[in-house]
Design a protein. Structure first.
Length: 82
């Protein structure tokens, strides 16, 4: 999802039950959102990142997979219970 900063779209998307949206504008954030936190929606800001860089990060997002056995699994259980 795209807006000026990516923050508003993430807040809106996270209102939908079961959705985990993340704002990310770099490789670490994009990979961490999916691999560690099982985020399903990527939000970016058109005023923050240029289109060519954003497309490269979308490719990383689409190739990333959540690590269900990783050290972040207990955190996801806590977040879901919150």
């Amino acid at each position: 999802m795209i807006c000026g900063t990516g923050i508003g779209t993430a807040i809106a998307a996270n209102k939908v039950q079961g959705i985990r949206a993340a704002t990310a504008h770099d490789l670490v954030g994009v990979r961490g959102a999916v691999e560690n936190y099982d985020a399903q929606v990527l939000c970016m800001g058109q005023n923050v990142i240029a289109a060519p860089e954003s497309w490269a990060l979308v490719d990383v997002w689409l190739d990333a997979r959540h690590d269900t056995a990783g050290s972040y699994a207990p955190k996801l259980v806590e977040i879901a219970a919150f």
